[in-house]
Design a protein around this ligand. Structure first.
Ligand SMILES: [Zn+2]
Ligand SMILES: [Zn+2]
Length: 358
């Protein structure tokens, strides 16, 4: 009797794991589906450290090609050879987000301009909107080169392609370029139209994120979220003063992880920026100057610098309009209205030039 029980127990314990019975193709398919929705790097790391088989399958190029942007949201202080290596593996698998992320890190942080720009260009060819926009910013500023390397027309063309793909900052940048006749023949009406479109898209995005926002009580349903969204629209209780054109306040939208990375990288390594080089003053950007006085500055107070008109417009609404103290000699410019279409935004001037960019 006892022997029979023992035999049965041994049989159960020797029964192979159900996971082992799953064919590789099926596990690969599940990982392929899951990898794009990982919410942080540790989600993916947990798969790698679970067991040998999962690690091997998770590093299959098919899975790596689909790994989502949040998997690359590594903290700047945790940057290591293995993080670099992992990004390279994803790049080799043709992952667009990895191409863009590693491109930005190499271009700005590791100062490997050629390789960084080339990776971003590969992401841009795969219709990565942020890569197109970042290349536009590089062209507008002549980043990595001299002032003579600025190519405003190329910047506008790249912005237009990113805007078509729905990139809000690119749409906003394009609106300013058209309004100012910057790199493109001036068309104030079309420019304003693009700015309104950018604001409307931003509003839609914010409302959508509020509707999917999950407060601590899990039972709060969508209707209550809608009520919350409406109360924010109506009374402007919290959040940043974005979209002031529409008379409402909404929370600032999520920043791309690589912008967070850049910001942390340079803020935690003060010596990284050569003397006189500055970071873009918009908190959601993180782009540094690649040569002295590359970025344009607020011509009213002269204390903030921006990589782009888009960053200036956003920072104006988020923060700078309450901080900007005009220098006396510029008060006339303010009274003239400046860029009155977007809540009193001020013109910026070329780093080296005194003249206003019109
Ligand atoms: Zn910027
Ligand atoms: Zn200012």
């Amino acid at each position: 009797m006892v022997t029979a029980q023992r035999k049965r127990l041994r049989k159960i314990s020797e029964k192979p794991d159900l996971f082992d019975q799953l064919p590789d193709d099926l596990v690969l398919y599940i990982l392929f589906k899951l990898s794009s929705s990982a919410s942080c790097p540790s989600d993916f790391i947990n798969i790698l450290i679970t067991c040998k088989r999962l690690k091997q399958l998770a590093l299959d190029p098919l899975v790596l090609s689909k790994v989502g942007v949040k998997t690359f949201a590594v903290k700047a202080e945790r940057w290591s050879d293995s993080a670099h290596q992992f990004l390279k593996q994803c790049v080799n698998a043709g992952n667009r987000e990895a191409l863009y992320t590693l491109g930005m890190i190499r271009f700005y942080c590791l100062q490997n301009r050629g390789s960084g720009a080339s990776l971003m260009a590969k992401a841009a060819i795969k219709s990565h909107a942020s890569a197109l926009y970042s290349l536009a910013v590089i062209q507008f500023n002549g980043s990595g080169g001299s002032k003579n390397d600025k190519n405003l027309r190329a910047g506008v063309a790249l912005c237009a392609r990113a805007a078509v793909l729905g990139h809000i900052d690119a749409l906003r940048e394009l609106g300013h370029c058209l309004q100012d006749g910057y790199g493109v023949p001036q068309d104030i009406v079309q420019g304003r139209r693009f700015l309104v479109q950018a604001n409307a898209k931003e509003l839609a995005l914010s409302l959508r994120s509020m509707l999917t926002w999950k407060p601590q009580q899990q039972h709060v349903d969508e209707q209550q979220n809608l009520h919350y969204a409406c109360s924010v629209m109506g009374t402007a209780i919290t959040g940043c003063p974005l979209l002031s054109d529409f008379g409402c306040n909404v929370p600032a939208r999520e920043v791309h992880p690589v912008n967070e990375f850049l910001k942390e990288w340079f803020e935690s390594r003060p010596g990284m920026l050569d003397h006189g080089l500055r970071l873009c003053s918009h908190s959601g950007c993180g782009r540094p100057e690649t040569r002295p006085r590359e970025f344009r500055r607020c011509s009213v107070c002269g204390t903030v610098n921006y990589c782009s008109r888009g960053c200036q417009a956003l920072d104006w609404k988020l923060r700078h309009k309450v901080e900007c103290v005009p220098m006396e000699q510029w008060q006339g410019v303010l009274e003239d209205g400046g860029d009155n279409g977007i809540g009193g935004m001020v013109e910026i001037e070329e780093g080296e030039d005194v003249a206003l960019v019109e």
